[in-house]
Design a protein around this ligand. Structure first.
Ligand code: ADP
Ligand code: ASP
Ligand code: MG
Length: 439
């Protein structure tokens, strides 16, 4: 059995959804099809939630009405038959009635998650109706019946496996299952989600749970490129990546993949393929256990980074100092991305300002705390890239004029990371493309 995940742009227009149906029915192999919300929907749902949280009901209502219009227009071109169109109208009505009811009740975090879930619920129901119209036998499998997160908001793979296997066994006569990406239930039994871009994570978790033959991530580009195609003009797809390389790239900003979506597939040795819905015959990128070629393969960048420096003469020769510093970050569940130390100072980076004030307050007793916001991490990734002397030389020759705040080298064999001011990021990505990748 394989997993096929289609992102927002792949289902964002009626003709694209038709194309998805074609791709899904092309091979006989049984499959679980994971869909995102139509492109733009989750962003709008986020805006609706924000307006409600701020008490701006009129603004929220406006967004709801505009979104509803979009869906009515969508089904006109998705479906032909009057009966099935009416079914689609009813589905849309039901979901928008729900959003309108929310306008009248007091806003809460749980309600926010319910709002955010509407996109995937609608996209899968509409796709299922289209399959019904073209007479493709399939089953709509509600993700809320098997996707679970634990008390730490981490996926509960064991429970996912048990529930999903039972469902698949119950419907063993079916060959095509359609389910929602992104959404899940939490330990309180409420609707929750796997964070923005989380449909990739759903796909990989399902692939691991069923030990799929492959986890295909269908998107709007022909695989992982060597550089950010939104910023740099000449980029090329990479044919193969190891799980480690892909994880580093996704974590350090390659938006094509959700950062955490690699581990489930890696754990179960399921290859991940990144493919283009608009160009289905393109090779794309295959992510697998190991790769031969060494050297720099790609560069990615992560924005919105905060650098924190703690200077303390007491750190000199002191043991236990780092533990105390790290405990502060652990307390506020804030992951650290990069870290460098000297005898008198420690510099580290985080990507969330959620608890910054409390963190600074608790760090202050240790020494002088300096904060730099709006930084970017630029990571050059490749199999054993840190062992390639010529690559290092090229990198440093290329970026010599960029103000570098921190360098992380040697933590992993596959990654060299630089912390630079955010305003220099685009230039750095462009010159690395020329100086390191020769493009
Ligand atoms: P989906 O909606 O299918 O989940 P995303 O928008 O999340 O798609 O991811 C695809 C986008 O990722 C591409 O359109 C591209 O602009 C962007 N992207 C950023 N970095 C890279 C990269 N290194 N290689 C390929 N795509 C990238
Ligand atoms: N629809 C969700 C989002 O836009 C999840 C996803 O598309 O992966 O973040
Ligand atoms: Mg995505």
């Amino acid at each position: 059995m394989k997993v096929m995940k289609f992102g927002g742009t792949s289902v964002g227009k009626p003709e694209r959804m038709h194309q998805v149906a074609e791709l899904v029915t092309k091979t006989k192999e049984p499959k679980i099809v994971v869909l995102s919300a139509l492109s733009g929907t989750t962003n709008t749902l986020v805006m609706i939630s924000e307006e409600l949280a701020n008490g701006n009901k009129d603004k929220a209502k406006q967004y709801i009405d505009d979104l509803e219009k979009h869906y009515h227009a969508f089904i006109q071109n998705l479906l032909k038959g009057k009966v099935v169109q009416q079914k689609a109208e009813n589905i849309i009505k039901e979901h928008f009635e729900f959003l309108n009811i929310i306008l009248r009740i007091s806003f809460s975090d749980a309600l926010n998650k319910d709002i955010l879930a509407q996109g995937e619920l609608m996209s899968t129901k509409l796709f299922s109706l289209y399959l019904e119209e073209i007479k493709v036998d399939h089953l709509l499998l509600p993700a809320l019946e098997f996707m679970r997160i634990d008390a730490n908001d981490e996926p509960d793979l064991k429970s996912i496996k048990t529930s999903l296997s039972a469902l698949l066994k119950r419907y063993s006569d079916k060959k095509i299952f359609v389910t929602q990406g992104y959404i899940c239930k939490n330990v309180r039994g409420e609707v929750d989600n796997l964070k923005r871009g989380g449909s990739d994570y759903t796909a990989s978790l399902i692939a691991a749970a069923i030990e799929a033959s492959v986890c295909e991530i269908w998107t709007d580009i022909d695989g992982m490129h060597n550089n950010d195609p939104r910023i740099v003009s000449h980029t090329e797809p990479i044919q193969t990546l190891s799980f480690e390389e892909a994880a580093e790239l996704a974590y350090f900003g390659a938006k094509i993949l959700h950062p955490t979506c690699i581990w489930p597939a890696q754990k179960s040795h399921v290859p991940v393929k990144l493919l283009n819905t608009m160009e289905p015959d393109a090779k794309g990128t295959t992510i697998q256990d190991s790769v031969e070629a060494k050297g720099a393969k790609a560069v990615a960048a992560k924005d919105g980074i905060i650098a924190i420096k703690i200077k303390s003469s007491r750190m000199l020769l002191a043991y236990g100092f780092l533990r105390k510093v790290f405990e502060v970050f652990e307390k506020y569940r804030t992951p650290i991305d990069m870290i460098t130390t000297s005898e008198v100072a420690i510099s580290l980076t985080i990507d969330s300002t959620d608890h910054l004030k409390q963190i600074i307050k608790e760090l202050e007793p240790f020494g002088t705390v300096e904060i730099d916001k709006n930084q970017s991490i630029v990571s050059i990734v490749g199999n054993c890239v840190v062992e390639q002397k010529d690559v290092l030389l090229k990198i440093f020759q290329t970026i010599h004029h960029i103000p570098i705040r921190m360098i992380s080298y040697g933590g992993s064999l596959h990654n060299i990371s630089f912390l630079i001011p955010g305003k220099n990021k685009n230039e750095m990505l462009q010159i690395i493309n020329e100086g390191v990748f020769g493009m």
